[in-house]
Design a protein. Structure first.
Length: 401
């Protein structure tokens, strides 16, 4: 019991500081995620507690993980494939740990929300500083002419903010009293996030941000009285940032227009065509884990359009076949089933709604995103997913969420 109590407390502290570690790069965040997964697994193996395996979404995740590892043994480069698929399980165990073990009361959940909120606002302010003066607090300069890096050194600022912002943004709507200070804080929070994401120069995060706000409106029309002033503020922010900066205007308006007018000749279209050719060549089991980049960069048919398809679904289908795609869809659908089975719990709960929106926007299929295996991409997703399941469990008192 003492061991269990100590490792649980350690995991809770690691969870609270994990958002802060985002500032210091991929490695610290990945280490914290891995430690939480290992501590959870070791503690429950010692206690012979396997109740966490019961929910469908956990079984679906384990099934997907097992298939990816098995498929790796039949990949051309077995060691490279296993080096990608075996560690992927830490993300699943991290999410399970949050749900089953770490987020065990409302007080801790509020602390985690505060941690994520501080990091979201700090990232937004750091990005806007870089936009205005050319470098951020840590001295990182812009990537090229228009893309912001924030403290990451590479253009991922807009992505990270959008991925973690919705629990914070929707929770802001909870404070609905007609007090001028609270009203001003709401507006400032939304303007900071919207401004940083728009100024980041990355179109995908901006689309997901507005898609998420629309999703909040769709799921809960009662929030329209809040968003009736916030959404126009976001649009005004978009207009000011884009039209005051010719470079961003060219990025968002001119380049986007060229992509849509000649999609199949654009980089995105070529990646889709590459993926289609690879899928056709081996549709059932795929070309092998971590082989997309090999097929597109080596041999007589080398294209070098991308190292991965920049889409969860295409990446899984190309490398793991229709079997892997089916298991991925099973995992995602199992999450959505849990969400809607508990609709009555979260329809007026701001935090849970924000968490669900934050997870749902990540599942949108017609969008470009980083690799399914990249830690900086996947850890925020599993953070929100595990946190969502924990909140639903706390509100429903149902351990089989």
């Amino acid at each position: 019991m003492i061991f269990y109590s100590y490792v649980k407390t350690a995991s809770q502290y690691l969870t609270l500081i994990l958002p802060v570690l985002i500032f210091f790069g991929k490695a610290p965040t990945d280490i914290a995620c891995s430690l939480i997964a290992l501590l959870f697994l070791s503690a429950h193996l010692v206690r012979k507690d396997f109740g966490w395996i019961k929910p469908l979404w956990v079984k679906a995740g384990l099934l997907l993980w097992g298939y990816l590892v098995l498929r790796s043994f039949y990949s051309p480069d077995v060691l490279a494939a296993l080096g990608r698929t075996i560690p992927w399980g830490r993300y699943l165990l991290f999410g399970v740990a949050l749900w089953y073990w770490v987020v065990d009361n409302e007080s801790f959940s509020r602390k985690l929300l505060f941690s994520v909120g501080v990091v979201t606002v700090a990232l937004a302010m750091d990005g806007l500083l870089q936009y205005v003066i050319g470098h951020d607090v840590f001295g990182y300069e812009k990537h090229g002419l228009y893309r912001l890096t924030g403290p990451f050194g590479s253009p991922r600022l807009g992505y990270v903010i959008t991925w973690i912002a919705f629990p914070v943004l929707v929770s802001c709507l909870k404070y609905s009293k007609d007090q001028s200070k609270i009203f001003a804080l709401k507006i400032i929070c939304f303007v900071l996030v919207a401004g940083a994401v728009i100024a980041s120069g990355d179109r995908t995060p901006m689309i997901l941000l507005f898609f998420g706000v629309g999703l909040v409106l769709f799921l809960h029309p009662v929030f329209r009285r809040h968003l009736i002033y916030i959404f126009p503020v976001m649009l005004v922010t978009l207009s000011i940032v884009v039209y005051s900066n010719p470079t961003l205007h060219g990025r968002y308006i001119d380049q986007t227009g060229k992509v849509f007018s000649a999609f199949w000749e654009s980089a995105y279209g070529k990646i889709v065509l590459d993926s289609k050719d690879i899928i056709i060549s081996n549709p059932i089991f795929g070309v092998g884990i971590r082989q997309y980049r090999v097929v597109t960069t080596e041999g007589n048919n080398a294209r070098l359009h991308a190292f991965h398809p920049h889409n969860f679904y295409l990446e899984m289908w190309a490398e793991a076949g229709i079997v892997g795609l089916f298991l991925l869809l099973l995992l995602f659908c199992s999450w959505i089933v849990v969400f809607f089975k508990n609709y009555q719990l979260w329809k007026m709960d701001h935090l849970i709604l924000g968490l669900i929106v934050g997870v749902t926007i990540r599942l949108w299929p017609i969008i470009a995103n980083p690799s399914f295996y990249a830690s900086w991409n996947v850890i925020p997703l599993w953070l929100l997913l595990g946190w969502t399941m924990a909140e639903l469990k706390l509100k429903s008192c149902n351990d089989l969420i």
